[in-house]
Design a protein around this ligand. Structure first.
Ligand code: DGJ
Length: 753
């Protein structure tokens, strides 16, 4: 792996006033290489930072010919070139608004004179070993991937807008063993005047052509992260969120893939923003059929006042390159996130199998009922009991008490200490639900501090699920909520928190921010959430934190920085989950996906599926139960110990192994299949789910993936022995009877026979 800096001279032959002229231009070149990828940039004599190349590892050649510097009909002479034309045709690393590049910019300001143009020129560079943490004065924590000196190198390019007095540091980290580059930008006001940042995106890549499909993950509540793939076309195609969270509807993930790309072949460029608020990601096919891809905080309704010596840091974009298909791109994301994003005591550990009372009781429970569920679950092998919504204030439905984080004693007789100790006596851990960012109009907190809700004074406040959002830009609010949470956490042996967030932001105004900083609230809110999560995970390092947002509305890398697992979706129907978990796996590891077996008919959909299939689908993720174990059919109850044993046996393989998607319900909705293969390729677990049965010739041939071609494997369930090559080239047959039926097959290497 290397970061190299060099100088080169480009010769340009062109015609000026009809006569041939030869010019030369000196360029400074920056190159980041590892075994699989190369990323190259160049600085022109005027200080423009141009993008040269991003893709498969290249030879040690001068790549600046790719800039085609003489290739512009309206370019007269070097340094007197037709700047407007130059700006609109060249590939830029961090394009500025207002100086002739009419494509989507990364950077736009408003200066004291009301001017919005800006012009960043290169001034210096530095190389650092490892990966520095993202920082911003006054901000306690900015989530990002991390790496030691042995794993990554970082290049910082310092740009300057002399007119506005701004410095922008562009940071590029290349990972040694993973095909990963991360980028972010930090703006510092060294000038004397205030500047308003109107947009600071995190990264831009100007691709040489537009022959790509764009893959995005879109959906809705109970249908999160469903994959869509479409060829790029002229103009702009984007995904974003303006809801204050990464959202059910879009995910801050985009992949640009070659038209021929599938799981195994073709190029894939994956982009994922480490951010939990309003984001923006866009591919723009330009007049020259180049593609500009940009990603960062959504500029929509964003404005940030930067006074002298203040700084602003844009979140990190993770960029993954794969020359071996979409599957390899996903596995690279998984390895990166498992090793260089997720932190804490639970990072590499098997998570406790939990039972959550939400779908079992909703708000209708008391201590006795909860203990009854916990008792029966513990007898079947469940390891943790999670008390969901409804234990605090006077909450009997979703219309009150958010913000009143003290125990609803009438409902929970004996309070938490009693309940938790009873659960612990059963040999189970205890976990609890909070929704710390919210406030109900019907709460003590709102009666005392109505000004703590996000609002625009004088305007009607929109209620959603009969609740408002707390102003997390205000540290007083965060301190107060955190104190209540601490009191609860310190009152009993609580080892897990489900941190929920059930509504989007409206009337975005703060009673504590000055007028000039109101538009900062969207981002300050997110930074406030990070601050509290950071405090919580620092003060209670043993806590297992599971994120949730009305299901999976905040399934993003920034949340993974704080919580090793996220509730994937409120849709627990095994068949719907196939698509949701498939889409989620595009960039997020299975080890992070909250997945539970629930009762049937399914509470979202009304569908009934076999208990075994519900188990096989949930097995992929963190695994648990979301049902009233005291009421489910006896045969389902009897199946639980077997499912639990299966989880114990195979979770290490799935948590740490490589995932291969073998089916694709978005293309063929009759079945799904996937595999997890251990890193040393000695074992694998194959899962097949038959969505629709096939009459009259029911068996299907599935080609396995990821095995070692020359190793021989035994399929435990059938006794078949074959080489990896055969299993991957000729496939195996699966034959099941009935809709929604499923099967797992365990393969292990045969040695010494
Ligand atoms: C939404 C979550 O996704 C559910 O699992 C549950 O915790 C409810 N909120 C509780 O209100």
């Amino acid at each position: 792996m290397s970061i190299s800096l060099s100088n080169t001279t480009v010769t340009m032959n062109r015609y000026v006033d009809g006569k041939p002229v030869t010019d030369t231009e000196k360029l400074q070149v920056f190159r980041l290489d590892n075994e699989t990828m190369t990323y190259a940039m160049a600085v022109t004599q005027e200080g423009y930072l141009l993008h040269v190349y991003y893709g498969a590892r290249c030879g040690e050649d001068d790549l600046t010919y790719l800039l085609r510097l003489s290739d512009s009909p309206y370019t007269p002479r070097i340094l007197k070139r037709e700047k407007g034309t130059f700006m609109d045709a060249r590939p830029f690393e961090f394009p500025c608004h207002g100086i002739g590049d009419y494509r989507e910019p990364c950077f736009m300001i408003m200066d004291e004179d009301g001017m919005s143009a800006c012009d960043l020129r290169f001034v210096a560079s530095r190389v650092e070993k490892g990966k520095p943490a993202l920082r911003q004065k006054g901000v306690s924590c900015i989530p990002a991937t991390f790496a030691g000196e042995e794993d990554a190198d970082t290049l910082v390019l310092v740009m300057e807008d002399a007119h506005a007095g701004l410095t922008v540091e562009l940071t590029y980290t290349i990972f040694k063993k993973l095909s990963v580059l991360t980028r972010s930008a930090r703006v510092i006001n060294h000038g004397e005047a205030d500047v308003r940042l109107q947009r600071v995106l995190s990264a831009c890549v100007d691709f040489e052509d537009s022959a790509y499909d764009m893959i995005t993950l879109n959906g809705s509540w109970a249908r999160e992260r469903l994959l869509e793939r479409a060829p790029l076309h002229h103009g702009k195609q984007s995904v974003d969120s303006v809801k204050g969270e990464s959202s059910h509807q879009s995910n801050p993930f985009v992949a640009l893939v070659s038209h021929n790309a599938n799981e195994e072949i073709g190029e894939a460029f994956g982009f994922n923003l480490v951010y939990s608020g309003n984001f923006f990601a866009q591919a723009e096919v330009t007049q020259h059929k180049h593609t500009r891809f940009v990603m960062g905080i959504n500029p929509y309704d964003f404005s940030w006042l930067l006074r002298t010596e203040e700084e602003f840091t844009a979140p990190e974009v993770v960029m993954v390159y794969s020359g071996s298909g979409i599957g390899k791109m996903s596995r690279t994301f998984h390895d990166l996130y498992r090793n260089h994003l997720i932190r804490g005591e639970w990072k590499d550990k098997q998570r406790p199998i939990l039972i959550n009372n939400w779908e079992a009781t909703y708000f209708q429970f008391d201590t006795e009922k909860l203990i009854e569920i916990a008792k029966q679950a513990s007898e079947l092998g469940v390891e943790m009991f999670v008390l969901d919504d409804g234990w605090f204030g006077h909450r009997d439905s979703d219309n009150s008490s958010l913000g009143d984080w003290f125990v609803y004693e009438k409902k929970l007789k004996g309070g938490l200490p009693y309940l938790v100790s009873e659960v612990n006596k059963l040999g189970m851990k205890f976990g609890i639900w909070f929704e710390p960012e919210m406030i109900s109009p019907d709460s003590k907190l709102y009666a005392e501090h109505p000004e703590w809700a996000i609002q625009i004074i004088g305007r009607e406040m929109t209620q959603s699920r009969e609740q408002y959002v707390l102003d997390y830009s205000n540290v007083e609010v965060r301190d107060y909520v955190y104190k209540m949470m601490r009191d609860i956490l310190d009152s009993a042996n609580i080892e897990y928190i489900k941190w929920d967030m059930n509504r989007q932001l409206t009337e975005v105004g703060s009673t504590s921010l000055p007028r000039k900083r109101q538009r900062e609230l969207w981002h300050r809110y997110v930074l406030g959430v990070y601050d509290l999560m950071n405090r919580l995970t620092t003060d209670y390092p043993y806590l297992l934190l599971e994120n949730c947002s009305g299901g999976g509305a905040r399934f993003d890398p920034a949340m993974l920085y704080f919580s090793p697992q996220i509730w994937t979706s409120d849709d627990t129907d095994a068949i719907e989950r196939l698509k949701i978990q498939y889409g989620t796996s595009l960039c997020y590891p299975a080890s992070a996906m909250g997945a539970h077996v629930s009762d049937c008919p399914n509470h979202v959909l009304g569908r009934t599926t076999p208990f075994a299939t519900r188990g096989n689908v949930a097995l992929v993720g963190t695994f648990g139960y979301e049902l009233d174990v005291t009421r489910i059919p006896q045969e389902d109850r009897e199946a639980i110990p077997g499912q639990i044993a299966k989880f114990h046996r195979f979770n290490p393989l799935m948590r740490k192994g490589d995932q291969y998607r073998l089916g694709n319900l978005f293309e063929d909705n009759s079945f799904d299949a996937w595999m997890f293969v251990s890193k040393d390729k000695t074992e694998a677990l194959f899962t097949f789910v038959q969505v629709l049965g096939r009459p009259n010739y029911p068996s299907r041939n599935i080609k396995l993936r990821g095995l070692a071609p020359n190793k021989r494997y035994r399929v435990e369930e059938t006794g078949q022995v074959a080489t990896g090559k055969t299993l991957m080239e000729a496939g195996i047959f699966v034959s099941l009877y009935g809709d929604f039926a499923s099967q797992t097959l365990y393969l292990s290497e045969v040695t010494g026979e």
